[in-house]
Design a protein around this ligand. Structure first.
Ligand SMILES: Nc1nc2c(ncn2[C@@H]2O[C@H](COP(=O)(O)OP(=O)(O)OP(=O)(O)O)[C@@H](O)[C@H]2O)c(=O)[nH]1
Ligand SMILES: [Mg+2]
Length: 355
């Protein structure tokens, strides 16, 4: 039996509802990959269906250099603090993708330091870090050194072994592999859960494997409706939106999360989310009422009605409030207390500012 060239699923012509289906007996890609590539139609979503253990098991059976691919914009959702233990491997090269989504002023060195320090905090041991940019559109352009940087790091760390790309869904693993191959054979899409099984490719004198993305527990993108992905996932460089705040001010990020900043003194809050997402400012005192009346109507998109409130106190100056899968808000100035209201399944975290 053959595997689909685009997603790695076993090809079959028996059941249109199962993965790998192709109506053509001699097809090389499944119907889903064909529709994703030509019509951006995922047919069925596999956002929550990728077997975490299965992927890790497959990786552990190889003696390979692990390239751990993490989306820079959605960095916290992509970090897997147990990666060294899970993959039983200390040879990990972290490849941070999609730098082109961040403001042009966020320098390479500053981002590298940020990545190293966050990984250290999480107890993740790395052999190297490479940051890539613009691989979806301009992988091969002369001004884009990303592909060469990745290849150099692989050559240095591979030590005769094969290479495996792993990471959360939508991190950009398949796009990176296409860029390394200078081709488009592997299906990529903005729908998390595109690659469905291991894909083995010969590159130079070694093999490189693409793997299905691990589903990001706690990410807005895992729980949102398929139709809202377009609004939530940034497709071009994020325009930071800056709010000057005094007293008690609240920012609603669509109807997904609300950040109530109590006791602000000359605070600036810079919001890094998809440019398509509407941000609504109000007073903290009115924020509950506003959500009650307008969430799901003007304040969209929404997840469920099961909400939680996360509270931060203490030194918030120079920190990011991160809503996994949605983006982050960088706070400068004095704030007494922050309440973040969000869906109860979504991870809300707090870190030193990335940018
Ligand atoms: N802006 C930008 N987008 C990128 C880049 N690399 C990948 N993407 C986009 O990110 C989305 C996901 O890319 P994929 O390569 O399919 O991600 P994946 O990690 O293989 O995802 P799964 O197969 O679901 O695990 C696509 O919409 C890509 O176009 C990049 O360097 N910059
Ligand atoms: Mg993929």
């Amino acid at each position: 039996m053959k595997k689909c060239q685009g997603c790695g699923a076993m090809l079959q012509s028996d059941d249109p509802k199962k993965i790998g289906y192709t109506p053509k007996k001699d097809g090389i890609v499944c119907q889903r990959c064909f529709r994703l590539t030509h019509y951006n139609d995922p047919m069925v979503s596999y956002r929550e269906g990728i077997g975490f253990e299965k992927v890790i098991d497959q990786i552990n059976q190889m003696n390979a250099l692990i390239c751990f691919v993490v989306d820079l914009f959605d960095f916290e959702a992509g970090l897997l603090s147990r990666i060294n233990a899970l993959s039983k491997n200390e040879d990990i090269l972290l490849i941070a993708t999609k730098r082109d989504l961040l403001p042009i002023t966020s320098g390479y060195d500053k981002l590298s330091k940020f990545i190293m320090s966050r990984c250290k905090e999480e107890g993740i041991l790395l052999k190297g870090v490479v940051i890539t940019s613009d691989l979806a559109n301009h992988a091969a352009s002369e001004e884009n050194p990303s592909v060469n940087h990745v290849l150099e790091a692989i050559h240095m760390l591979r030590k005769g072994r094969d290479v495996v790309l792993m990471g959360m869904s939508n991190a950009g693993k398949s796009t990176l592999l296409n860029a390394l191959l200078q081709s488009h054979v592997i299906t990529t899409s903005a729908h998390p859960g595109t690659t469905l099984d291991l894909i083995e490719i010969e590159l130079e004198d070694f093999k490189i494997y693409d793997t299905p993305g691990l589903s990001a527990v706690g990410s807005v993108l895992t729980y949102c409706q398929e139709k809202d992905l377009k609004t939530l996932i940034p497709s071009k460089r994020i325009k930071p939106r800056v709010f000057q705040l005094n007293k008690n001010q609240s920012l609603s990020l669509g109807g997904i999360a609300r950040i109530d900043l109590w006791g602000c003194e000359h605070v600036s809050a810079t919001v890094y989310v998809s440019n398509e997402l509407m941000i609504h400012r109000s007073k903290c005192e009115n924020a509950d009422d506003l959500w009650e009346k307008h969430r799901g109507l003007e304040l969209v998109p929404v997840l469920s009605d099961s909400l939680k409130k996360t509270t931060y106190q203490g030194n918030i100056d120079g920190h990011d409030i991160v809503i996994c899968g949605l983006g982050f808000v960088c706070i400068h100035g004095r704030v007494q207390r922050v309440h973040v209201v969000s869906d109860e399944r979504v991870n809300v975290t707090f870190r030193k500012a990335m940018i």
